[in-house]
Design a protein. Structure first.
Length: 591
């Protein structure tokens, strides 16, 4: 798009949940620690892989999957591309992170947008035994379709193959779907698993891989990228809907844009003018000045051709928009985890989201001497090579593909959203003993869940017992194998979880297997007499109960000449409970 054509700003999109499986970690918390501590997950290829030896950001356990959890047969699971399996796990975890029970989305206009480009599993198994599950197991279109099918989602379900820009373009399309009203909720992400020998050979013949096995983004040593694997999913809503629902907003996408080089110097050569256009258009759609963007997560592959072109485009759009010396900070997660191919944009997006959440800016690794082709001072750029004490309040994320597709997303910190959702999520319940529920599909899964919850509680001392109890009761799927623990302190909770994990029964917990079709039933007595002080503690501890009693009193107190709340609270002058008309009125109100 020509530079002089303005685009209207779109509705802000809230990120309300996130999950990831990146080299060196199993979740966003692991990924953040890797980034914050300035560590690299690049290593030698595991011996179990079929690829030629080499270095990269490799995942462990890609052959591990629990088909029973997703009600998939063993035969079908074996025929499924591990990218499908990983996307199922990540989608479930992202919804849990958003406090959404997957079953609650059945039949809703929830879209699934997944960036994927690798077909290594098909390469490995296509010449082996073919079954009725082979087609659905190998087709890349089935990666998001599988999620939509198992969760019963009726929104758009798309595989996006835009090369190395795939996952960020998937986020861009998901935002458009939400703004148009096509989707009410969206899962967006990307996945990349590479384990076929042919893929490694093809990548090596391209000539863009680093012979040193390290990514030197914007450094004089830059000589190619390092391969990586991983996947991530974000849960998206319009900001207005997220605030109305009382969601925890982790970050806000203000605007995004995608384009293509459209005939640069070569099919695989980056084009500075096209990159400038996509950066400007993303800022226009976000309704922000490029001068307001404090940090950009680079595509940053560490190639001798790509890095200078990307730097020049950033300098022309962001660097020139601010006074000289007020530099734009830049960095690349590829120096930590390698180039995740179709999922590369998600590695950058999650890095920025986590930096906003933790209010710190992680360092970009392997930067010592600037690339002589990148005049950082003239471009008003600086590589963030140390841990920044303050995170960005506004940042950009770039992803560019080898075929010329460019994508940029502008993200901001949810200052107002944080304040409102914090108030909405505050638990008003007070009690001496809190019930906390844990469940699993099997007894073994229940014990494993107890262990994970215990680790989470120990790592997050800021969570209160009432909040934990509320989240476990309302925002987690209740599986058949269940346990409820009655505890008063965090120490008691951790002790009970440790006992549950070990299979040890205690007096403070109840375990059992729920019937598939059982439902809770409330049985109210008709004429039994209440006792003095009945429900007084509930009136004091539960704001919801207190509000209901007061609403009842507004209707009947004028006719009765007395208030139920006063009687329950023991206010002098209230009538006696042994009067039949009083007893029945109080029973009805409390029930």
């Amino acid at each position: 798009m020509p530079d002089d054509i303005a685009e209207p700003a779109g509705e802000p999109i809230a990120i309300v949940g996130r999950s990831c499986r990146f080299p060196g970690g199993q979740n966003p918390e692991d990924y953040w620690e890797l980034l914050r501590d300035g560590r690299s997950a690049v290593r030698e290829l595991p011996a179990s892989r079929l690829r030629p030896a080499g270095r990269g950001g490799f995942l462990d356990g890609i052959d591990e999957f629990d088909p029973g959890f997703f009600r998939i047969s063993l035969g079908e699971a074996a025929a499924m591309d591990p990218q499908q399996r990983l996307m199922l796990e990540l989608s479930w975890e992202a919804l849990e992170d958003a406090s959404i029970v997957p079953a609650a989305l059945r039949g809703t206009a929830t879209g699934v947008f997944v960036g994927a480009m690798s077909g290594d599993y098909a390469t490995l198994v296509r010449d082996q035994d073919v079954s009725r599950h082979t087609f659905t197991g190998l087709a890349r279109s089935l990666i998001p379709n599988r999620v939509s099918y198992l969760f019963g989602l009726r929104g758009a379900s798309l595989t996006v193959d835009a090369g190395q820009a795939s996952s960020l373009v998937a986020v861009h399309l998901a935002c458009q779907s939400l703004r148009s009203g096509e989707s009410r909720l969206a899962l967006a992400g990307g996945v990349e698993l590479s384990f076929a020998r042919q893929s490694a050979i093809i990548a090596d013949r391209l000539g863009a891989m680093s012979p040193d096995g390290e990514c030197f983004t914007f450094d004089a040593r830059a000589n190619g990228y390092v391969p990586g694997e991983g996947g991530a999913v974000v849960v998206l809503k319009t900001l207005a809907r997220a605030l109305a629902d009382g969601d925890r907003v982790r970050a806000v996408i203000l605007g995004s844009a995608a384009n293509n080089d459209g005939g640069g110097t070569g099919l695989t050569a980056p084009h500075e003018a096209a990159q400038r256009e996509v950066l400007r258009l993303a800022c226009q759609r976000a309704d922000v000045s490029p001068a307001d963007v404090q940090y950009v997560e680079l595509h940053g592959t560490g190639t001798s051709v790509g890095d200078p072109v990307e730097a020049a485009a950033l300098g022309a759009v962001f660097g020139s928009a601010r006074p000289h010396g007020q530099v734009l900070r830049v960095g690349s997660a590829k120096t930590n985890v390698g180039h995740l191919g179709a999922a590369a944009g998600m590695a950058g997006l999650l890095k920025v989201v986590l930096a906003i959440e933790h209010d710190q800016l992680p360092p970009s690794l392997n930067f010592a001497t600037p690339n002589p082709e990148i005049p950082l001072a003239d471009l008003n750029l600086a590589v963030q090579d140390t841990l920044g004490e303050r995170g960005p309040t506004m940042a950009g994320v770039s992803a560019f593909s080898i075929g010329g597709t460019n994508c940029h997303v502008v993200i901001t910190a949810p200052v107002a959203a944080r304040r409102r959702t914090a108030q909405a999520r505050e638990c008003s319940f007070r009690a001496d003993v809190i019930p906390l529920a844990v469940s699993g599909r099997t007894a073994e899964a229940l014990r494993a869940q107890a262990g994970r919850l215990r680790a989470h509680v120990l790592a997050n001392p800021q969570y209160s017992l009432p909040d934990l109890g509320l989240s476990l009761a309302l925002s987690r799927t209740a599986f058949r194998h269940r346990a409820v623990m009655l505890v008063s302190t965090r120490e008691e909770l951790c002790a009970e979880l440790a006992a549950l994990e070990a299979g040890t029964r205690t007096a403070a917990q109840v375990t059992g297997v729920a019937e598939q079709r059982s439902r809770a039933v409330f049985v109210f007595p008709g004429t039994a007499a209440p006792w003095p002080g009945a429900a007084a503690s509930l009136l004091d501890s539960s704001a919801a109960f207190r509000a209901a009693i007061r609403a009842y009193d507004e209707v009947v107190a004028a006719d009765l000449g007395w208030a139920v709340e006063h009687l329950l609270s023991g206010v002098p002058g209230a009538p006696r409970l042994d009067r039949p008309d009083v007893a029945r009125t109080v029973l009805f109100a409390v029930q």
